[in-house]
Design a protein around this ligand. Structure first.
Ligand code: NAD
Ligand code: MG
Length: 297
């Protein structure tokens, strides 16, 4: 894995296309990806930027959420991760990595498309951690469908429930529990502003996340809570190989970026850490991209 802190050519820092076909069923597992994604397991070094913070990370088992959870722990935070029960194998690895840092780690599996579960998750996380300072909403559902006629109502509803409705439920529960200084971080996408034709249901949910972030940030700024958004470009995660992209696009995944490669989850971790930390005290309602050079706005 790359030495994150060494001066080097970023275009060559991580694997480049071509990749092999490797279809997985939803939601996909990190442990079955080739090449392995980098979440900072052996490379991310903490610098005391989140001392004693209490963080809830949805989608914390794999991909970008795993990178954020590992980085938060290395920066001094105790962490609850949420994921789907079928992702237990990935989640166990993350829990072990956090505990290795001497931080507390709690696994809270469950389905974010269920309102009652979302509300309970926040309450349980707050109780277990003894507080809640950081809510990183990273979980997301993405399933590519070539033609609008084939987008089922079932898929549409599931995508909106996980990507948009859950944000409302999680934030509604979290805000009254968060102290001034608390930070909410959402996860949109390059798709919010540059939608792919095959992501007709997913892309608008990411645009909704962008608008939600900007509106909520302005609503709660006076309470001392900051709300910001990370907008990734193509990142090498199980979401993509489990139907997020049409399978035929996987071998060239990331080649459309000016850097000609996909990003790795660890390349997003510093953004989540910055936005979670007090260093970003004057930053709210913002969108931070990591796209290999694709334009977000
Ligand atoms: P990932 O598959 O590793 O993470 C997505 C996670 O969402 C899964 O691990 C799963 O735990 C969670 N999830 C999905 N449905 C759920 C449900 N019903 N209940 C609870 N959890 C559920 O993939 P990732 O790429 O790291 O995705 C993280 C976020 O990044 C998503 O919001 C995604 O939309 C966004 N994103 C990814 C890319 C990319 O290219 N990988 C690009 C832009 C944005
Ligand atoms: Mg996962």
């Amino acid at each position: 894995m790359s030495d994150l802190y060494k001066l080097q050519d970023p275009t060559k820092q991580y694997p480049q296309p071509k990749f092999k076909h490797q279809p997985q069923s939803v939601p996909g597992l990190d442990k079955d990806m080739t090449p392995k994604a980098d979440h900072g397991e052996t490379s991310y070094k903490g610098n005391g930027r989140l001392p004693k913070r209490k963080a809830l990370v949805t989608g914390g088992d794999s991909g970008i959420g795993r990178a954020a959870a590992i980085a938060f722990a290395r920066e001094g935070a105790d962490v609850v991760i949420n994921y789907l029960p079928s992702e237990e194998a990935d989640a166990k690895e993350v829990i072990a990595l956090i505990e290795k840092e001497g931080r507390k780690a709690y696994a809270m599996p469950g389905d974010l498309s269920d309102e009652a579960f979302c509300r309970k998750l926040v309450k349980d996380a707050h109780k277990k951690l003894g507080g809640l300072d950081i809510l990183a909403c990273v979980a997301g559902k993405q399933h590519a469908v070539e033609k609008i006629k084939d987008v089922t109502t079932e898929q549409m509803e599931a995508t909106y429930r996980v990507n948009v409705f859950a944000l409302f439920w999680l934030c509604q529960e979290a805000l009254p529990l968060m102290p001034a200084g608390g930070s909410i971080i959402t996860t949109a996408s390059i798709q919010a502003t540059h939608p792919s034709p095959s992501l007709l249901d997913y892309a608008p949910t990411k645009a909704a996340i962008l608008a939600f972030t900007r509106a909520l940030a302005r609503q709660v700024a006076e309470d001392g809570i900051r709300v910001n958004c990370v907008a990734p470009g193509p990142i090498w995660t199980p979401l993509q190989v489990s139907g997020g992209q049409p399978d035929k696009k996987i071998p060239e995944f990331g080649s459309e970026t000016p850097m000609k490669r996909p990003g790795q989850p660890v390349e997003l971790a510093p953004l989540y850490v910055l936005l979670a930390s007090q260093e970003a005290s004057y930053v709210t309602g913002e969108v931070y991209g990591a796209t290999g050079g694709l334009e977000i706005s």
